[in-house]
Design a binder for this molecule. Structure first.
Ligand code: KG4
Ligand code: ZN
Length: 347
């Protein structure tokens, strides 16, 4: 018998993502993004995102089914992001998923977006090692997790105490006059810059901070330092070397994130590090992670860039793993939860 066919729906932010997987084989990953509608506001406008999901939902499902060569009747189970995310945006996806599950009489899994960012790696690199350490770095989250079992046991080790990593990229891009969302533009600008040009601060790495915040990160001090540096240069009439600032800022973020992630692996005696979330698409993060993991003999797993940013494949991947492991589906009266804790994998 062939493995179960799972359709996943993601609407926690500005991407309407529909993913279709069979087992751990990806058949379709279709994304409609409303990012252009938010660009002029310099951030995602929740109401605009919700309306865009409503318009994109049915066409995106149809495109995904076409790509996968399936009909909705073929689907064995549905999965949807139940949280965390923007409240109104989540409601659109959850409502759509419930309609499908009810009409087709199929099980539905309301899943955690963060766990899905980790689980998506199974589509490219096989089943996750148990336990793994996972580092999630996106526009909304930066967390370091100990993952004995992605279908049920996820333990937070640390997180950001202020801005998420992606948020820091987006804000610094704005300071440098780069478009929104800034991460990919900083990544690009940094390729022609010197990462050692400016010595920006590494937050929460002093021995004193490490006592209380060993696995936490903070980007507010770094953000202020970059903004001040740019202001000072402008006041002095110097032209800003955008490439050098981008590269030096990026280096500080990458350095801190990886110091903490490797420390988490070594301290917990875990041999595998999985990195996920939009910032995991960053080319410098990927390169330095490879170097440092090799140095410490840690197995590194990072999904390809397209699967790092928000998409439906990640939701389908987690749904598929839940089915494979025989986990119970959600009751159809489950709610969406904009601040769903990472310890809750299924609603
Ligand atoms: O995971 P994601 O698509 O959405 C959230 O759940 O937040 O992450 C989006 C974030 C944005 O802040 C974006 O600037 C950042 O990921 N990002 C990057 C890169 N590509 C996306 N940051 C750094 N370098 C990149 N190449
Ligand atoms: Zn995300």
């Amino acid at each position: 018998m062939s493995e179960p066919l799972i359709l996943g729906i993601e609407t926690s932010c500005d991407e309407t993502g529909i993913g279709i997987v069979r087992g751990t084989t990806l058949l379709a990953d279709t994304v409609a993004s409303s990012v252009d509608e938010h660009a002029r506001f310099g951030g995602v406008v929740p109401e605009v995102a919700s309306r865009a999901h409503l318009e994109a939902m049915v066409p995106t499902i149809e495109r995904a089914c076409q790509t996968a060569g399936i009909t909705l009747d073929d689907v064995d189970a549905f999965a949807v992001t139940a949280g965390p995310g923007l409240a109104g945006a989540l409601l659109v996806g959850v409502s759509a998923a419930k309609s499908l599950a009810l009409a087709l009489n199929k099980p539905l899994y309301g899943v955690n977006h963060l766990a899905a960012h980790v689980c998506v790696d199974q589509l490219e690199h096989g089943l996750l090692d148990q336990p793994s350490v996972a580092m999630l770095v996106s526009g909304g989250h930066s967390s370091l997790l100990l993952v004995p079992d992605i279908t049920g046991e996820v333990q937070p080790l640390g997180q950001t105490i202020d801005d998420a990593a992606g948020e820091a990229f987006d804000k610094i891009a704005r300071v440098l006059g780069l478009p929104f969302p800034g991460g990919p533009y900083i990544d690009l600008a940094a390729r022609d810059g010197d990462p050692n040009a400016i010595d920006f601060p590494r937050g929460l790495t002093s021995p004193k901070d490490m006592e209380k915040h060993r696995f936490d990160v903070s980007f507010s001090g770094l953000k202020t330092a970059v903004a001040r540096w740019v202001e000072r240069e402008e006041r002095s009439g110097n032209s800003i070397m955008v490439n050098d600032v981008a590269a030096s800022f990026q280096e500080a973020v990458v350095d801190v994130l990886l110091r903490k992630a490797i420390d988490a692996c070594l301290t917990n005696e875990v041999g595998t590090l999985v990195i996920g979330g939009g910032v995991a698409a960053n080319s410098r993060l990927r390169a330095v992670a490879e170097e440092r993991c090799a140095e410490h003999k840690i197995r590194l797993r990072i999904p390809s860039a397209k699967l790092c940013t928000d998409n439906g494949a990640m939701v389908a991947a987690l749904g598929s793993e839940l089915v494979r492991r025989g986990r119970d589906a959600s009751r159809l009266d489950f709610g969406s939860d904009s601040s769903m804790q990472v310890t809750e994998v299924v609603a």
